[in-house]
Design a protein around this ligand. Sequence first.
Ligand SMILES: [Zn+2]
Length: 250
Amino acid sequence: MGSFLVHGIILQHNNFREVDRLLTVYTEEMGKLQVIARGARKISSKMAGSLEPLLEVQMMFVHGRYNNTVTSVEVLNSWQPLKTDVDKVQFANYISMILDRSTRDQQRDGRIFHLYKGTLEAIEKQPFLSQQRSITIWFFVWQLLFYLGHQPELNNCLNCRIKIAAKKNFFTMSKGGVICSSCRSQSRGNVSISNNAIKILRLLISQPRDTLNNIIIGRSIMTELDGLTTSYLNYTQEGDFRINDFLLAV
Ligand SMILES: [Zn+2]
């Protein structure tokens, strides 16, 4: 039985057995972890208030034969300004859900932890208009997919390798990137992609988060990228995310 100290953000919690809670935490040191907080649903529990979703915590746990069990927890950041806005909480929980469903337990990647934390910071700070909501989710998803090994090719046709020109092109889900119109029939799951969408994708993958904040993005490009982000996430993660519907609802 070993004892571990980790820094993480709680993605979700579920009731477990009579009085316990099962927590899913994304940690800097060990990736996603499941830990049990014994007695956390008793009124007398001292830990209960420190085990809510979105709390950033430092947590000690012991690794037993069947489970990890929390022994102490300290809240480092409760994201108070974010939590006073119901829409922001809903949005942050949606980001947590994408992260939870796209990662496996104990696959360490510190970059993903910092991407998640940076996303919560952006949600907390920004006035949350529709363009910012979309950019926040695009940035999170494309960076996450990059770290999970699904970096899309955006510069050369994935089939014939010619440099992608500013004309009609397609995004192929199966190969993960752009193909030219002559190669369209060489690949499955193609969707048409505009030149502006390709340019924004290149920025999302290679530039810091704030780069896109000063760009005005037209409605049709927004819709196109909401759709492409959803499709590529679902294709690579075998998911059924409905980012477009979610963005319309918040
Ligand atoms: Zn080609």
